[in-house]
Design a protein around this ligand. Structure first.
Ligand code: 0WD
Ligand code: CA
Length: 397
């Protein structure tokens, strides 16, 4: 391999780009699917490290109190008939989307469990910490044609933290969300209420309020290639009758989608929606997605279970389909790009990774507000020594 910037001539090496003239174009990362179609990379079977809950007031609790139990309607020959518009807008308490939570809840969990993390000393220092939803966006990037994203990154005590920043376009869309879209969002949560009980073996209670402050989050450990991962994701429910009772294999993801009537509608569903469903559930190892198909009037009249590991089969022979290897190889390439770009260890320094469809991922550098996202309470507590375990009396005491 010829060294860059040199040209072999008749016995002499001529420097074509003098050191002082070498230009450094800002590094960027391409996203074309064709560049990432290698073999499927290593992905460690995700294991649950713990969980937390957010209550109706969006308060954190370090337990599973918000976990709900999968309770599908009896299969008595008829399908379901769930009115997803019932309760809108009177029995709807939507979360305040102006509140930017960043990684805060996950950081609280991490702070309270940093002394008990498996993987040995130093594991966290080599890891990437983020929300599952941010990784989902990375997985689907090579195929995304509509929405861009921005991810803020900071290195602190070795760990690379990734936290999404709402793009200007996303903010504008949120603030001008048409009433029909707002109702559609409600309908997704209403479906969860029809399918979940508060106790194992219990029955759903669709008479109550829909409060989207409430959330149960699973904290998981995995590894993509040589990138150790610690991420949290919101889980809809657990199936008390799952073949294997331990998380995350007992978890079920719930979705709604438009009823389909033609092979063309199914094809489009497999190409676009199933990619997002696959990416979201594959990451935490959630084995099944249960879809409720709604009529134009907002009634769910049929349910279908999509096993996560079988979703790709629907597009395997489709030239315009998606490929899980491309998704995972791109994500691994992004994580390497981010690890190599964010070199300085400083919780107030932010590298902002930006992407718009059709272009590469670009980087800009910022300090402090408004982009710094690691809270002072976290940085200060992590800088203290670990709380020492209670002292056990020794015979000489
Ligand atoms: O403040 C923010 N900008 C964000 C907050 C960005 C990303 C996540 N979050 C919060 C969510 O409120 C939630 O507590 O993090 C938690 C979920 O994280 P995730 O699991 O990584 O997110 P994602 O995979 O995108 O979404 C999972 C579920 C969604 O289910 P569907 O089936 O629609 O994909 O989390 C819910 C939603 O049920 N969810 C939200 N709920 C309230 N407000 C939000 C939100 N902004 N985003 C997702
Ligand atoms: Ca869901």
């Amino acid at each position: 391999m010829e060294p860059r910037g040199t040209k072999r001539g008749a016995g002499k090496t001529e420097v074509v780009e003098p050191r002082n003239k070498v230009s450094h174009p800002a590094p960027s990362l391409p996203t074309d699917p064709a560049l990432y179609s290698g073999p499927f990379p290593f992905y460690r079977r995700p294991s649950q490290l713990g969980c937390f809950s957010l209550d109706a007031q969006r308060q954190y609790h370090g337990d599973a109190r918000a976990l709900r139990y999968y309770s599908p309607p009896p299969t008595n020959g008829q399908g379901p008939n769930f009115d997803l518009r019932d309760g809108y807008p009177n029995r709807y308490q939507p979360r305040d989307e102006e509140v930017r939570e960043s990684l805060d809840h996950l950081l609280r969990w991490l702070l309270e469990h940093r002394g008990q993390l498996e993987g040995g000393p130093g594991w966290l220092a080599g890891a990437v910490v983020t929300w599952r939803g941010h990784l989902t966006k990375l997985l689907t990037t090579p195929y995304e044609r509509q929405d861009g994203w921005q991810l803020a990154a900071s290195r602190f005590q070795g760990t690379l933290y990734l936290s999404e920043v709402e793009t200007l376009a996303a903010r504008a869309q949120r603030l001008t969300r048409p009433p029909l879209l707002q109702e559609l969002m409600y309908m997704g949560y209403k479906f969860e209420q029809y399918m979940c009980a508060d106790k194992p073996g219990g029955s759903p209670d669709p008479s109550g309020e829909v409060n989207t402050n409430v959330a149960f989050c699973s904290v998981l450990r995995s590894r993509l290639g040589n990138h150790p991962l610690l991420f949290a994701g919101e889980v809809d429910c657990t199936d008390p009758q799952a073949p294997s009772p331990q998380p995350p294999t007992c978890y079920v993801e719930l979705k709604t989608s438009k009823e389909m009537h033609s092979p063309g509608q199914w094809r489009s569903f497999y190409r676009h929606k199933l990619l997002k469903w696959w990416a979201q559930s594959f990451l935490p190892g959630v084995p099944n997605v249960v879809a409720g198909f709604r009529t134009p009037e907002g009634f769910v009249c049929s349910l279908k279970t999509f096993p996560t590991m079988q979703m790709f089969e629907h597009v395997r022979n489709d030239r315009d389909g998606w490929n899980p290897s491309v998704c995972m190889n791109f994500c691994a390439a992004f994580l390497s790009f981010a690890q190599n770009t964010v070199v300085q260890d400083d919780p107030r320094l932010v590298h902002l990774f930006s992407w718009e469809p059709g272009g590469p991922v670009t980087v800009s550098v910022h300090r402090d507000a408004p982009h710094a996202f690691l809270p002072t309470w976290y940085v200060e507590a992590m800088t203290q020594d670990l709380p020492s375990p209670p002292k056990t009396p020794s015979p000489t005491d």
